[in-house]
Design a binder for this molecule. Structure first.
Ligand code: PGA
Length: 246
């Protein structure tokens, strides 16, 4: 089992700064790097810090390419709860980056298989993902790879679990509005990234973070596969780290 680097920060804003340092270092070494982006509450302090640095002229996204982990099936990019909209509000509208340099699944695609092929092909044409940012779900999902009987390799459509829909209903007007399916990068797509940056904050993530990083490697805890990745950095706050042993 390979050991991740773990950086423990005191509060989410500090996590955002530590994670932004890692991205800034990558962008300065490789201005045309490919970054895998995550959505959800956890990476918001990171995006805030990236926007701050970009507006200050400390960071330039002009040549960076980005690829998003997942999107809700059935939501248009303009839908306020789509991940496309999230990325626009939290990052893209504030930075200078050509629109053709970022890709995200089309939630309304009626040919998802063709879209998945094109997605994987685009990542390959860009030379692969240099750094994949991940949050972690309470059930151990990464992207929208939900607990299951196997690790799904490629981009695919997934039925969201009741737990995930309940966790995400805070963004919608009730559970009925939360989509039941999503499009996601596969575990293989994620694991092919040269480096992984896993972010976690809050006591509610402590148990699953400990399970993912030191429990058995099993598709029941999808994030546990990260134990097999040679280059994982975990940036978390004290609360999320509190159940790690040793
Ligand atoms: P959260 O979501 O950051 O909103 O907790 C994480 C995830 O579901 O991957």
């Amino acid at each position: 089992m390979l050991r991740p680097r773990i950086m423990i920060t005191s509060f989410p804003e500090q996590m955002g700064r530590a994670a932004a340092d890692i991205l800034q270092d990558l962008i300065s070494r490789k201005p045309s790097c490919v970054i895998g982006l995550a959505t959800g509450s956890t990476p918001i302090p990171l995006y805030r810090e990236l926007v701050r640095r970009a507006l200050n002229g400390e960071l330039c996204f002009g040549q960076v390419r980005t690829v998003n982990l997942d999107e809700y099936k059935g939501l248009s990019a303009a839908h306020p709860q789509s991940f496309a909209h999230f990325m626009d509000v939290n990052l893209f509208r504030h930075i200078t980056m050509p629109p053709e340099n970022h890709i995200i699944f089309d939630g309304l695609s009626d040919e998802p298989d063709a879209m998945f092929c094109a997605y994987e092909q685009q990542i390959e044409e860009w030379g692969g993902i240099d750094l994949q940012i991940l949050g972690i779900g309470h059930d151990g999902h990464i992207g929208f790879n939900e607990p299951g009987s196997c690790f799904e390799k490629h981009c695919h459509e997934v039925c969201l679990t009741e737990n995930t829909r309940l966790a995400n209903q805070r963004f919608f007007n009730g559970l009925a509005e939360v989509p039941k399916a999503a499009f996601t990068m596969g575990i293989g797509t994620i694991m092919a990234a040269r480096a992984i940056l896993l972010l976690a904050t809050g006591e509610d993530k402590a148990e699953i973070l400990a399970k993912a990083l030191s429990g058995p490697i099993t598709p029941i805890v999808p994030a546990s596969i990260l134990q097999l990745h040679p280059n994982v950095t975990v940036v978390c706050d004290i609360a999320a780290y509190s159940k790690m042993k040793g």
